[in-house]
Design a protein around this ligand. Structure first.
Ligand code: HEC
Length: 152
């Protein structure tokens, strides 16, 4: 790389860094919860970009190693890095006949039933002790499962 090209590259990187620091990077909604960008119509839902942010903001405080639900015997972890492997084709800790996420079948996925039904097959509606997920949040989880529950 010539000196001139290196210089232009360095300036471009620092301008991009400033734009990020100036607020491009972290949108928050009215209640301070990170806003999840809605997928464009026809796009499949992304686990990393659409589902994990909901789990991190609203579920992982209880569903991570050593936290309330985990200490109470729920093996499922919803923290980033642990959630996907904890959910897909995994049995419920409370009733091994139930599966947390059945790819392509939200109606038989306990994860979706627990956030969408007032009286799910086991235990209480989730998130426990908090307002139900919005219709849009529930739809993201449902569509991610029905699209095949990919690690995308
Ligand atoms: C305040 C703590 C708390 C929060 C927050 C919470 N949970 Fe739970 N969760 C629990 C407890 C305790 C249980 C076990 C009792 C029950 O199922 O009602 C549980 C059970 C579950 C189960 C069943 C797991 C199994 O193996 O049977 C699922 C699925 C679940 N939660 C999903 C969620 C999701 C999704 C969220 C976020 C939208 C969430 N939870 C938020 C405490 C919590």
């Amino acid at each position: 790389m010539s000196r001139g090209v290196q210089m232009v590259f360095a300036v471009a990187v620092s301008v991009a860094g400033l734009a990020f620091a100036a607020g491009g990077g972290c949108d928050t909604g009215m209640n301070g919860v990170p806003m999840v960008p809605a997928p464009e119509p026809g796009d499949s839902v992304s686990f990393a970009n659409h589902v994990q942010p909901i789990l991190t903001a609203k579920c992982a405080s209880c569903h991570r190693t050593g936290a309330f639900a985990n200490s109470a015997g729920i093996a499922m972890l919803l923290s980033a890095g642990d959630a996907y492997g904890s959910l897909v084709n995994r049995p419920s800790s409370q009733n091994a006949a139930l599966t947390l996420v059945v790819p392509g079948d939200s109606a038989n996925s306990l994860l979706f039933l627990k956030v969408s039904q007032a009286s799910p097959p086991v235990g209480s509606r989730m998130p426990l002790l908090a307002a139900p997920l919005s219709d849009a949040e529930q739809a993201l989880i449902r569509d991610w499962i029905d699209d095949g529950a990919l690690n995308n």
